[in-house]
Design a protein around this ligand. Structure first.
Ligand SMILES: [Zn+2]
Ligand SMILES: [Zn+2]
Length: 109
């Protein structure tokens, strides 16, 4: 086991031993406070610029109109979701169609 301490990638505030695989082959440190946050929120971390998007699960699921997608999201409502995304609206607005809804959510809070 790797016992190296690292800076939490979500709050960038806490050093922790805990880590989470956010994308295949990509492991980042996440502190217990942020892991707790992931119980009620989907957390997306941009792998390009490091920006973090935290969205309440209920809100995200309510906004999804596509039934199949909604089902998929509801399945992961029970799980801790900390996920890496290749790019975000901040680094690539024109390629962010899939994530457009997320960023709106971010701006509301
Ligand atoms: Zn943290
Ligand atoms: Zn980004």
């Amino acid at each position: 086991m790797n016992e190296k301490r690292g800076q939490c990638s979500i709050c960038k505030d806490t050093y922790t031993l805990q880590h989470v695989e956010i994308a295949p082959g990509t492991v980042v440190h996440v502190c217990s406070g942020c892991i707790e946050k992931a119980e009620d929120n989907f957390i997306w971390l941009c792998l390009t610029c490091g920006k973090v998007y935290i969205n309440p699960k209920k809100l995200v699921i309510n906004r999804i109109k596509d039934l199949e997608l909604k089902k998929a999201y509801m399945l992961c409502e029970e799980l801790l979701v900390i996920q890496g995304i290749d790019m975000c609206i901040a680094c690539s607005p024109e390629r962010m169609l899939d994530y457009a809804e997320m960023s709106e959510t971010v701006m509301e809070c």
